[in-house]
Design a protein around this ligand. Structure first.
Ligand code: NAD
Length: 434
């Protein structure tokens, strides 16, 4: 089939490459000319394992191309995906200006007699599909189209495998013709397809991300009780997570959730519920617990170092999770900014996130970014682990200890083995474990 994806970011580009890989012909559209130029030169603007090979292979096979023209994309495609940003506004509700603009742009280029399925892949509030439908009709009353909701559940860092074999594919549609086309499109993935109405599909995405955030906050709240009682949150998480009804995933105590999705989607769901007159107080508590985790962690650092002003602190990790270069809303970035605000001298290292942290000016210029984990700890009075990249656990800790001024380790993701660290002579602090 011939498809077009409007928005070539983490979702649009990876989806486009995966659709091409299973044999569809895909045009990826973006209005950021710099991004389109890079992609046309064969450069990949984001880091995602396996993506570069996938893009190069499918461009060479002429199944994938890039353009800045929505007209070009829509003209050549039966199915038009929208994968543009849906950022939060100051009050937590979703800024839908990107979606509305794309809806108008699609309306402007739809030709008479040219049936198209317009698929919303961006995460949007329930009832957005109705608005997209009405907008396209208002700007182009003769257009022949259906609007479908197809929320995306990929995780950054493993987006390619997530897209190639998803747990489920949700298709929210009111039209049999559109549903049949969507089923044909997704058939090669051989994953379960759940067909719903449009509103339910939209709601599934916010409900899913809010539930996962809730799970993280739940174990983080348990971690505080573990610290107060001397229990070990890792053992507690294993003990409850092996219950199939609960599951071990997303029960990792740490600095809390961050990234471009969970914080904004929880906020959005709170705002959506509020607007519908059914306030979701539980999710406000999820947010409170989440921000409290970083406060609790910093308190531990202060208890050990006392005043942070002029203290040399090494931070390992900038990205919101491992195996990505995404630093948007990363707790590691919040941590660094809080340390600097208290006068600490921060040196940081991240395998993939340093370039974007600098490009988007997310950390103060006083933070020294270095080229290896070992360089970061030179003369440090404490090492703070903020992102659980595998390479951090593989370091030569004898060399790390020899290089540090004081061997204090604050493991914000319970990534290291406390017993091993202590045997090596580190003073080790984890989250929720003795
Ligand atoms: P992104 O910022 O990485 O990419 C969005 C792209 O859209 C950018 O390249 C931008 O230049 C482009 N764009 C904006 N306006 C445009 C327009 N008018 N025409 C053409 N291109 C335009 O965002 P993302 O992380 O891919 O997220 C996109 C949506 O998918 C959001 O709603 C997000 O909540 C949702 N989502 C994201 C993830 C994730 O892990 N990143 C997972 C599931 C769902």
């Amino acid at each position: 089939m011939e498809l077009c994806i409007i928005g070539s970011g983490y979702v649009g580009l990876v989806s486009g490459a995966c659709f091409a890989e299973i044999g569809h012909t895909v045009v990826c559209v973006d209005n950021d000319q710099r991004k389109v130029d890079m992609l046309q030169r064969g450069e990949i603007p984001i880091y995602e394992p396996g993506l570069e090979d996938l893009v190069h292979r499918n461009v060479a096979a002429k199944r994938l191309r890039f353009t800045n023209s929505i007209a070009d994309g829509v003209d050549h495609s039966q199915v038009v995906f929208i994968a543009v940003p849906t950022p939060p506004q100051a009050d937590g509700s979703v800024d839908l200006t990107y979606i509305e603009r794309v809806a108008r742009e699609i309306a402007g280029v739809l030709k008479p007699g040219q049936y198209r399925v317009v698929v919303d892949k961006s995460t949007v509030p329930v009832k957005t599909g109705e608005k997209v439908d009405a907008t396209i009709r208002r700007y182009n009353p003769a257009a022949e189209f259906d609007v479908v909701s197809n929320p995306e559940f990929l995780r950054e860092g493993c987006a390619v495998p997530d897209l190639m074999s998803p747990d489920r594919i949700v298709i929210g549609s009111a039209s049999q013709k559109a549903t049949d086309l969507m089923k044909r499109l997704y058939e090669p993935f051989q994953s379960p397809i759940l067909v719903t109405d449009v509103n339910s599909a939209e709601l599934i995405k916010h409900a899913a991300n809010s539930f996962l955030s809730l799970k993280i906050s739940y174990i983080n709240a348990v971690s505080a009780i573990c610290e107060a009682s001397g229990a070990d949150v890792e053992m507690v998480a294993d003990g409850i997570g092996t219950d199939k009804r609960i599951g071990r995933n997303f029960l990792n105590a740490g600095l809390g959730y961050g990234g471009s999705c969970f914080p904004k989607d929880v906020k959005a769901f709170i705002a959506i519920a509020e607007e519908l007159g059914t306030p979701f107080h539980l999710l406000k508590e999820v947010e409170r617990i989440n921000s409290h985790q970083l406060d609790r962690y910093l308190k531990k650092v202060r208890e050990a170092l006392w005043v942070l002003r002029d203290k040399r602190i090494a931070v390992w990790g900038l990205t919101f999770k491992p195996d990505t270069d995404d630093v948007r809303n990363s707790v590691a970035i919040d941590l660094i900014n809080r340390l600097v605000a208290e006068g600490a001298i921060v040196t940081a290292y991240d395998p993939k996130g340093m370039e974007k942290a600098v490009e988007y000016k997310l950390i103060p210029p006083s933070v020294k970014l270095v080229s290896s984990p070992l360089e970061a700890v030179e003369g440090a009075e404490a090492l703070l682990l903020a992102t659980e990249w595998k390479e951090f656990a593989r370091q030569d800790f004898a060399a790390v200890k020899a290089s540090m001024h004081t061997p204090l380790v604050f493991d914000g993701r319970n990534h290291f083995n406390p017993k091993t660290m202590r045997e090596m002579g580190f003073v080790y602090y984890g989250v929720g474990r003795p």
